[in-house]
Design a protein around this ligand. Structure first.
Ligand code: 1BN
Ligand code: ZN
Length: 345
């Protein structure tokens, strides 16, 4: 039963649990991320080698050329997070969200990823708000696609400035960095990066139908365009920046996909972050699930700063982005293998 009350109870239970002291995430503001920069720079290839003593321009080396697999770079992800927070509160329809969207589009272009805007008018309790999803495509050998989604809007609060360092910026930052890594390697399935507008309720309370405007619109549009059948799985990232990251299994998510993500976390040594406890959450994955798409929501709601003015840079960390990035990169080819083998339910 996907009720608001259930979600609220689950959240209340999680808040009572407190943070996991066994998972001390180092603070990116005081210590540099430990992973090496992944985008090694090398002289640009050319027909003739540069003459001795002349400096060749530096360009990123693709993994196929270097033999070095590209890794999720939490320093890059952290910069994406920081830049979004610097735009200030970013509710749907705001100038700040438009700036944020421009930033996302610019970064996707820099990574060589094609993207388009999907604009729509959302009927909200505050009237019609123009909302815009961003859909970016990383082509694979197959046209069938796996969607990696995040929301990039932040919740509107009149009482305080809400900048959503974890709730909005963290998952968007992780998705941008994942895009850069995935773009560099050959893929079996096409990966779609989906930056959703209007996840947050316009009213204070999360009450249907006042939430998940962007995902509802995306699914409706895909169904109308006949492209829903090619959508084989959804990985939703939300609130993955908490410096005390602890992520529980969402019981609304598809079981096999959840099992697969949690087993990736376990084999990478992240079982104390991807905890084997369950709760139910309502989020942008629900419209996909209702349309029959396998979906998993990777979300840390055990975050005392959730929907407060304290959801800021002090309460998120690059290490948390790194953990989630590595787990998604490990899980993706395993999801592809699973999808290729059969269509699990
Ligand atoms: C996640 C981040 N959500 C809103 N901001 C969805 C949600 C709403 C999760 C209510 C739990 C309760
Ligand atoms: Zn929120």
């Amino acid at each position: 039963m996907r009720s608001v009350a259930l979600a609220a109870v689950a959240v209340a239970m999680l808040m009572a649990c407190g943070a996991d002291a066994s998972n001390p995430a180092p603070d990116a503001r005081t210590s540099a991320p430990s992973n090496p920069p992944s985008n090694a720079l090398t002289p640009a290839p050319s027909d003739t080698p540069p003459a001795p003593g002349t400096a060749a321009p530096l360009v990123p080396l693709a993994p196929a050329q270097s033999g070095v697999p590209l890794r999720f770079d939490s320093a890059r992800a952290w910069e994406h997070l920081r830049r979004q927070v610097a735009f200030g509160p970013r509710p749907s329809g705001s100038a700040a969200l438009a700036e944020c969207r421009r930033y996302i589009l610019t970064e996707l272009k820099a990574a060589g990823i094609d993207a388009r805007e999907q604009a729509f008018d959302a009927m909200t309790p505050a009237g019609v708000i123009k909302m815009i999803n961003v859909i970016a495509t990383i082509p694979g050998r197959r046209p069938d696609r796996i969607v990696l989604a995040t929301h990039y809007d932040t919740k509107r609060f009149r009482e305080f400035a809400f900048v959503g360092a974890s709730d909005g910026a963290s998952s968007t930052a992780a998705a941008l960095e994942l895009g850069r890594v995935l773009r560099a390697g050959p893929r079996e399935y096409t990966v779609e990066l989906l930056f959703l507008d209007g996840e947050e309720a316009v009213n204070t309370e999360w009450r249907d139908p006042d939430n998940t405007y962007g995902s509802k619109y995306y699914v409706r549009a895909a169904r109308q365009a006949g492209t829903l059948a090619g959508l084989k799985a959804l990985i939703l990232l939300d609130m993955v920046g908490d410096r005390n990251l602890d992520i529980r299994r969402d019981t609304n998510s598809t079981r096999w996909l959840t099992d697969l993500v949690w087993s990736s976390a376990a084999r990478l040594g992240y079982s104390s972050t991807f905890i084997d406890e369950a709760f139910a959450v309502e989020d942008d994955h629900l419209p996909f699930l209702e349309a029959g798409v396998a979906a998993v929501d990777i979300i840390d709601l055990d975050y005392p700063e959730w929907h407060t003015a304290q959801d800021d840079l002090d309460h998120v960390s690059a290490r948390s982005l790194q953990t989630v990035g590595e787990v998604v990169l490990d899980a993706l080819p395993r999801i592809e293998a699973q999808l290729g083998a059969a269509t699990p339910r």
